[in-house]
Design a protein around this ligand. Sequence first.
Ligand code: SF4
Ligand code: SF4
Length: 140
Amino acid sequence: MEKVSKRIEERAPLTTEATPASHRHEAPYEIREFVCARCGNCCRGEGIVRVTPVEAQAIAQFLGLSLEEFTARYTRDAEAAADRDKGVRWLLDKPGPLQECIFLEDNLCRIHPVKPHRCRTFPLEWRTPDILDYCVGMQS
Ligand code: SF4
Ligand code: SF4
């Protein structure tokens, strides 16, 4: 993942050639690209990963499993009724205190090409309020 961070873009308008000279000012911060440090911290700890029926089918196919096998092996019932009503399931965590996603391996996502929307859009489209505490890419 390597894109310009929306988090930074949202802060203030940039100085551009299209801006009248009388209104130009120096941006009081440095504009940088977000570079994922592959720390894996967004894939462990508290939180859930939702999988829609369409995503589940894609992941099952990627893993060479039937939908039923994938569902039984890697997901659990959603605790939220709104998710259950849409057929959304939640990914399992690995056992242990770190609460790692079942698909996290060596800090990388085992299903990266087909990972759920929630994972693909982090941290540029959504993030948790405490992201600076754990996302190494945001810290640097
Ligand atoms: S599916 Fe992949 S990207 Fe999403 S939480 Fe699990 S390991 Fe991380
Ligand atoms: S927490 Fe941030 S730096 Fe670490 S893997 Fe996730 S997006 Fe990348």
